[in-house]
Ligand binder design. Structure first.
Ligand code: PPS
Ligand code: MG
Length: 381
């Protein structure tokens, strides 16, 4: 690949993810301290919040202004259906305010603010513009505005995930992880601490001072991590970017394996069986969102496995950014049959064989895929 190809796209994507991470932190703090009405249920009963819609509106507006509203293609998780209902009027006005507050801060992140405050219809249009269905031709931005919404409303881990697909391949991956500090024990402990001592945690000046943005470009064999910026600080490139790399642990007994928190999203007993077969001896690290991919990319964990129930189709926005980050940081990600994930077939990972196995190295990966072959027929999946 040409050396500077996608540099502009990557630069804008990293900046906008920083910008919306600051939005998310503010909304999560408010949500936990005061306002449960900011959470709404979607038709499938999963939660969606002011932050999901606001992040989508901000990212859509910035990308459209930068790359051209007419030509841009964005595939994103949220639609305007629930937000446009008459009973959602308050929520909609909160979203419009949140979007404008956030966009006012854009220059601090090296991005353009709108000349005038955005009105309700402009915000709804920005959210609604993200209805592209992707595919094998052309460029498509792929956004999960809040991945791990359950984690977000619980005061725990979540991620903002932005990727660019070109001709069916993921070429840029950016993951904002506002609650992922520099140490992996935050992954396990911080949600509990937050719930046990909410006032203390929020009063602490260091409470907000955590979180990072990871990013990479296809073929670079490099992945980077920047800390979030706080207060009135400007984002000045390269913002203390550090190279990240997967762990070199190959011994299953020393490996940490991550999986979804909710049994409904991945079969915990099947993965426990695989863990036993290959000799993983640590308890699984159950973490919400694509932070699981982030943990592998930066060497805090070695394995991520997800086996959804039969019939569930994985969506591209839940994986694109994280998969590229793990791969460019030196890891391996495939479906459970050992085949690469296919991001060229629309909004779903069509043809996915059983589940997803992401590892820091080939040896662990081979063992796990082999264990799936050996145990699948006797499982009830
Ligand atoms: N039934 C079912 N099976 C498998 N996967 C599902 C299912 N329902 C939802 N999802 C998708 O899983 C995303 C959340 O994944 P997590 O790993 O964060 O799950 S968990 O909260 O830790 O259990 C979640 O992403 P967000 O909606 O962005 O949070 C969904 O896209
Ligand atoms: Mg998601």
């Amino acid at each position: 690949m040409e050396r500077n190809k996608y540099d502009l796209e990557l630069n804008v994507a990293v900046r906008v993810v920083h910008l919306v991470c600051s939005l998310c932190q503010k909304v999560q703090k408010q949500l936990l301290s005061t306002n449960p009405h900011q959470v709404k249920s979607k038709d499938d009963d999963s939660p969606v919040t002011v932050a999901d819609w606001s992040v989508q509106a901000v990212v859509s507006w910035i990308l459209s202004e930068t790359f051209g509203r007419q030509s841009i293609s964005i595939v994103a998780e949220e639609d305007v259906h629930a937000l446009s209902k008459p009973e959602s009027a308050n929520l909609l006005s909160m979203v419009v305010n949140t979007v404008n507050e956030c966009l006012r801060e854009a220059p601090r992140f090296g991005l353009k603010s709108p000349v005038e405050v955005l009105g309700t219809s402009q915000v709804l249009n920005a959210i609604d513009r993200c209805k592209s269905v992707g595919g094998p031709v052309g460029k498509h931005w792929v956004l999960d505005p809040i991945d791990g919404t359950l984690g977000f409303v619980r005061g725990n881990q979540y991620a903002v995930a932005l990727a660019l697909i070109d001709k069916g391949e993921v070429v840029i991956g950016v993951l904002g992880c506002p609650n992922y500090a520099m140490k992996k024990n935050w992954l396990v402990n911080h949600g509990q601490q937050y719930r046990v001592m909410p006032e203390l945690s929020m009063a602490s000046p260091t409470w907000m001072e955590k979180g990072c943005v990871l990013y990479t470009k296809r073929g670079s064999c490099e992945a980077w991590k920047q800390p979030l910026v706080f207060g009135d600080t400007n984002l000045v490139w390269p913002n203390s970017a550090k190279l990240i790399r997967v762990s070199s642990v190959e011994d299953p007994a020393l490996a940490t394996f991550c999986e979804p928190v909710e049994e409904a999203n991945s079969n915990h007993s099947f993965t426990a069986g695989l863990a036993n077969t290959v000799g993983l001896s640590k308890q699984p690290l159950r973490v919400h969102s694509m932070v699981k991919y982030a943990a592998i990319a930066q060497g805090d964990a070695e394995i991520f496995m997800k086996f959804a129930r039969a019939g569930y189709k994985e969506k591209i926005w839940d994986h694109a950014a994280g998969v590229l980050l793990v791969q460019e940081a030196g890891g391996v990600v495939t479906d459970a049959g050992g085949h690469p994930l296919n991001f060229s077939r629309g909004i779903y990972l069509e043809g996915l064989d059983r589940g997803i196995v992401a590892c820091s190295g080939v040896k662990l990966h081979e063992k796990l895929v082999g264990a799936v072959y050996a145990s699948w027929d006797s499982s009830n999946l």
